[in-house]
Design a protein around this ligand. Structure first.
Ligand code: PLP
Length: 369
């Protein structure tokens, strides 16, 4: 079987982890947490880093750190993971969904303004599958309409837009270090900001609302989203090696493209002059004319012992909203709905071998012949 993901540990992960055990520092109070926060925030280009227990927690803490009023609206793509919307809802806010672009699968900047109301407070951008969003028009809208930018960079660590790192654009940006992300801590995440008050509020929100004034005195309720020293130790080691990991991802992505280019009925990841793609996951979208959708194509690949994953399910069509009584506008977001049916991603892990990429491409060509 060629697995859809397999992590790679080729740095000081074991050594740093042993330091945690040997020193007894295993909780979030240990020294690797600060070290990882400092090194990761300077890698991306933000002042403050607040490490948390997952990317999902990072999003919830980030939205909370911006401190909007209940009922305020956040604009976000429909084509993303549920964590983006649940972070909004968990903070008492309303998610407003926007369709994505046909070629990049990222939020369509031209469809944002029509969704802005008096209650809109922020735009959440998500760099899908390692490909940077077209930030310039989005930043322009945000400036003109006085909206905050929340950046979800879970899939795009190291990706660049006109030479600037993804995650450096947002008022607050969120990262995941889940096992399949560019760098991993097993489970983990981080919130980055330049504004000290956002960072301080993020610290409070990850740590059950503890404040400086008096231990065990609480002015608000919050959860425990702390990262352990052991996770931070692995993250610190992974970060030392990040350029190499990104190089592997980009080489694998290019290898896929070389092998799959020109096959009719197959849309490959976008290439634009402004973007450095880190190819977190190599996605393909099948034209309906091929006679396949993502599900039937995945079955064919699985027969050849190749594991894939379907694209995200549109957030505006999720059954959960009805169940918890959240009002979502009934509308057709055609691009999102189409790629959700027709798109899937191929094995893309850091441990993937060149021969495996070729085997996947051969299988695709054979099935589509
Ligand atoms: C993985 C991911 C998350 C969630 O991260 P977890 O660490 O798994 O909670 C959030 N947003 C995007 C775009 C992701 O891909």
């Amino acid at each position: 079987m060629i697995p859809v993901n397999e992590p790679l540990f080729i740095s000081d992960e074991k050594k740093y982890l042993a330091e945690c055990i040997n020193s007894g520092w295993i909780s979030s109070e240990g020294p690797f947490v600060k070290e990882f926060e400092n090194k990761f925030s300077s890698y991306i280009g933000k002042k403050y880093g607040v490490a948390v227990s997952s990317g999902t927690a990072a999003l919830e803490v980030a939205v909370g750190a911006l401190n909007f009023a209940p009922g305020d609206e956040i604009i976000l793509p429909s084509f993303t993971i549920i964590s983006c919307a649940s972070a909004v809802v968990a903070n008492g806010l309303v998610p407003v969904f926007v369709d994505c672009k046909e070629d990049t699968w990222n939020i369509d900047p031209e469809k944002i303004e029509e969704k802005i109301t008096k209650k809109t407070k922020a735009i959440m951008v998500v760099h899908i599958y390692g490909y940077p969003c077209n930030m310039e028009p989005i930043l322009k809208i945000a400036k003109k309409r006085k909206l905050k930018i929340i950046e979800d960079v879970a899939e795009a660590i190291g990706a660049e837009y006109y030479g600037k790192k993804c995650g450096s654009f947002g008022d607050i940006s969120c990262f995941s270090f889940y096992a399949n992300k560019i760098i991993s801590t097993g489970e983990g995440g981080m919130v980055l900001a330049n504004d000290k008050k956002y960072a301080e509020r993020a610290e409070l929100l990850r740590n059950i609302g503890f404040i400086e004034k008096r231990r065990f005195l609480h002015e608000e309720l919050a959860r425990n989203y702390r990262m352990t020293n052991m996770q931070a130790a692995i993250g610190t080691a992974q970060l030392k090696n990040i350029e190499k990991l990104i190089k592997i991802k980009r080489e694998n992505g290019k290898k896929y493209t070389e092998n799959l280019e020109g096959i009719s009925g197959l849309r490959l990841p976008a290439e634009k002059e402004y973007a450095k793609n880190v190819y977190w996951m190599y996605g393909i979208v099948l034209d309906k004319k091929t006679g396949f959708n993502a599900e039937s194509f995945a079955e064919k690949l699985l027969e050849k012992r190749i594991e894939t994953r379907p694209f995200f399910y549109p957030l505006h069509l999720q059954p959960v909203w009805k169940k918890i009584n959240i009002k979502i506008k009934k509308e057709k977001l055609a691009v999102t709905e189409n790629i959700s049916r027709q798109g899937l991603y191929l094995p893309s892990g850091l441990a993937l071998k060149k021969e495996q990429i070729e085997a996947v491409c051969d299988a695709i060509k054979f099935i589509l012949k």
